[in-house]
Design a protein around this ligand. Structure first.
Ligand SMILES: [Zn+2]
Ligand SMILES: [Zn+2]
Length: 210
């Protein structure tokens, strides 16, 4: 399985293209805007793109999903507790910055028991509420895609609707306790590793000290 970072927009956002190399099947995580970087990737992958996986409801992670689906036929997947962000600009916060949004319904919703298959490879969903109530991380091989739950030496804010700092601390504890090390691919900013976050991320350290 291969993970390619695709930067987009002016908020330091990252989408990620996950590809099962044997079959060529792939998934795109968090296409927040359909800009030229996302378009280039989508044109390269074409109908081998099977899924659009969304870490959470916010506009800067979901607004490109409609165009990506139209170009590729990929299925849109999100946690049920954040699906409202696809259908309402109020819940995605697009409305609060004056951006229009066309209503979408997810093709699939997922939870902790869901497995996403690409060829022979499997992605797992980890529920990590706190930034929003339906925030998730995706796990594939030694890669952890963390959305706005965990950034390099930071975390997503918890003062937006459905945000909850004590829930976020529980989610950070779950990630901390996963055995072994992982590459961390966040929704904004630079890549990290779980070991770096375990030892240096002040929010993860605070979450441990409860
Ligand atoms: Zn967010
Ligand atoms: Zn974000």
């Amino acid at each position: 399985m291969k993970v390619e970072r695709v930067k987009y927009g002016d908020m330091d956002n990252n989408a990620y293209l996950i590809t099962d190399e044997a079959s060529g099947e792939s998934a795109l995580v968090d296409p927040g805007f359909f800009d030229e970087n996302i378009e280039r990737v989508v044109n390269e992958v074409g109908d081998k793109l099977k899924y659009i996986l969304l870490t959470h409801r916010h506009f800067d992670h979901i607004l490109g999903a409609k165009s990506v689906k139209e170009r590729t036929g990929a299925k849109i997947c999100i946690h049920p507790k954040d699906a409202c962000g696809l259908s309402h600009a109020g819940f995605s916060l697009a409305q609060s910055i004056g951006v229009s949004q066309s209503a979408l319904t997810p093709d699939y919703t997922f939870n902790e028991t869901s497995k996403v298959r690409l060829g022979e490879s499997t992605l797992f969903v980890i529920e990590t509420p706190g930034h929003t109530v339906g925030s998730v991380c995706f796990l594939c091989n030694d890669c952890l895609l963390t959305g706005d739950t965990l950034f390099r030496l930071g975390v997503g804010r918890t003062d937006l609707p459905t945000g909850n700092y004590s829930q976020l601390k529980q989610s950070l504890n779950r990630l901390y306790e996963m055995p072994g090390d992982y590459k961390v691919y966040p929704g904004h900013g630079n890549t990290s590793t779980l070991d770096v976050e375990r030892t240096m991320n002040p929010f993860m350290i605070e979450a441990r000290n409860k």
